[in-house]
Write a new protein. Sequence first.
Length: 149
Amino acid sequence: MQLIFDDSYFMRKALQEAELAFEKGEIPVGVVVVIDNRIIARGHNLTEMLHDVTAHAEMQAITAAANFLGGKYLKDCTMYVTLEPCQMCAGALYWSQLSKLVFAATDHERGYRKMGTKLHPKTKVTSGIMEEETSSLLKRFFIEKRNLN
């Protein structure tokens, strides 16, 4: 029997956020933050709309989750994100003391691991959940962008 609230379930919710970003012309990265099988924060890239290079999906969700919890630490929280976080987001995740990070697609060029950035020592990491679906959305976005230019 499959658990209803497993990693794939929550990654599908993050993918829905990525699709919202896609519709807005943003790089399609989406995220949800979960505690006790409950989504407490959602986010997607808003860098174009807000004219803010720090408006990554993860940054939006960290702020929303901290506001929900009433504190700056995301202990006992899991973040599901469709693309491996960049070094800026990984730095923020380090300071938030996130308990678990689950990401779908690896960012081979700008991901935090490629850049040598570390997460908090207590943060557990799982990758590859729904990688094909999220990679497909990212590829489609960049193909459409290139065709428009």
